[in-house]
Design a binder for this molecule. Sequence first.
Ligand code: ADP
Length: 197
Amino acid sequence: MKFIVFEGIDGSGLSTQSQLLKEYLTKRTAKILLTKEPTDGLIGMLIRSTLRKRIKFDDTTLALLFAADRTDHLANIKFNNYDYVISDRYYISNFAYQSQTIDLNFLIEINKFARKPDLVIFLDVKPETCIERITHNRDHIELYENIEKLRATKENYLKIMDYLRKNFDLNVVFVDGNRSIEEVRKDIVGAMENQRV
Ligand code: ADP
């Protein structure tokens, strides 16, 4: 069983490419699970409501909810039944977004029981490109704010992945996600072949 995780900022193509990788892998095996975080479970629903600004938790509580959603997610996946489990986002998302307000060591600590991925595929996309993909007809100020947030998150992603590679031997491949869906897909398939995952 191989556990593959897609990571990247909003609009980088995570759901598109995780679905395409699943389709590619069905040539090898039918035993594939494509899943995502936050989950559709009860704790995931609380998180989604927070992200949509319908309810509010303080940052520490939200961090604990993310970690609890993850342990619940992992407890519900029968890893032995699959050859590949692909997750659209995992703990690195959490670290990259939340360490802007919460201590990274605390976030790592509360996720220490989470299963380590065999491969992390980071879709490296310019924040401007992501904004173009996800927003339409927004006013200038909002666009600017979003770009700033995406830039900060991307920078954080890069720092954190560097740290996790060095200290936790995390296996990360970077894919240039600025190109067409098909070009990106081919690179991901190539990375899978190279890694023998
Ligand atoms: P994420 O899950 O990372 O937020 P999505 O896969 O939902 O991103 O993609 C966001 C939008 O951008 C979708 O409308 C999708 O069709 C489009 N998109 C994804 N990848 C590309 C690409 N390489 N080039 C152009 N548009 C893309």
